[in-house]
Design a protein around this ligand. Structure first.
Ligand code: SAH
Length: 250
């Protein structure tokens, strides 16, 4: 009897030691997944896609897969990583925000992006929207007006191996003439009008999604479509709230 108790006591000790060790490792991968992904974040991301995106009728499989693949937590400040998969926008510094996951998916789907497309984004911010688009199209050009945000996004995208995205610091109001025309244009800051240079740089048959309205008032997500003949049709899609499109000299 005494021998049995001794053996069990030892087993118990070994069991405790192993449990503590596994707990320690699982916590480490949760708290410090600085490079790459972790199972825990992946689970949160899949849940985000089901509960926030599929549940709200986004059906494009390419968009859903991109939202499952891009590690959103790597695009928010470290102290916000735990909130990365919540149903809301998040601050990314300099008074700017990364959009709510549903809005990113919705705007991406609206553009009906195809794999041979060249896309242009105004408002790189964290680089998240560009990363999502880059999973679907051939090439993404993106412009950010706040230098440190644009530089950080460029570095992040490079580290995460998004090699088909080119970032530029500048005023996206003017588009990016050098690489125009674009199959799709996405503007992730609100303007009181649709910038004419962007309309010009949209390919015939192309689509542009842009929030239009007052900086802190009512804004509408608009879809501008250019027919194969160059005719323009603009539709009001959804009331939204975006940070304002800045103009350098204002
Ligand atoms: N698409 C971003 C979020 C955008 S927030 C993401 O996925 O994280 C809007 C961004 O637009 C901000 O970073 C802001 O600095 C930028 N912005 C505002 N006006 C701009 C302009 N005229 N040209 C380029 N970027 C602009």
């Amino acid at each position: 009897m005494r021998v049995l108790i001794k053996i069990n006591y030892r087993l118990l000790l070994v069991f405790c030691f192993l449990s503590a060790l596994s707990l320690c490792f699982s916590n480490l991968s949760y708290c410090f997944p600085l490079h790459g992904d972790s199972e825990r974040y992946k689970k949160l991301r899949y849940k985000m896609v089901n509960n926030q995106i599929v549940a709200r009728d986004i059906y494009d499989q390419k968009v859903l897969q991109a939202m499952r693949d891009v590690p959103r937590h790597m695009f928010v400040p470290k102290e916000r990583r735990r909130s990365a998969y919540k149903d809301s926008p998040l601050p990314i510094g300099y008074g700017q925000t990364i959009s709510q996951p549903y809005i990113v998916a919705f705007m991406t789907e609206l553009l009906k992006p195809e794999k041979d497309d060249v896309a242009f984004e105004v408002g790189t911010g964290s680089g998240y929207q560009a990363a999502v688009l880059s999973q679907i199209v051939e090439k993404v050009y993106t412009v950010e007006i706040i230098t440190p945000l644009g530089e950080a996004a460029e570095k992040r995208l490079k580290e995460l191996n998004y090699n088909n995205i080119t970032v530029k610091i500048g005023d996206g109001y003017y588009g990016w003439e050098k690489y125009a025309p674009f199959d799709c244009i996405i503007v992730t800051a609100a303007s009181d009008h649709i910038p004419p240079p962007l309309i010009k740089q949209l390919k015939n048959g192309g689509k542009m999604a842009i929030p239009v309205g007052h900086p802190f008032g009512v804004q509408n997500l608009m879809l501008l479509e250019k027919s194969e003949e160059g005719e323009i049709k603009i539709r009001n899609i959804l009331p939204v709230r975006f940070v304002p499109l800045r103009r350098k000299w204002k």
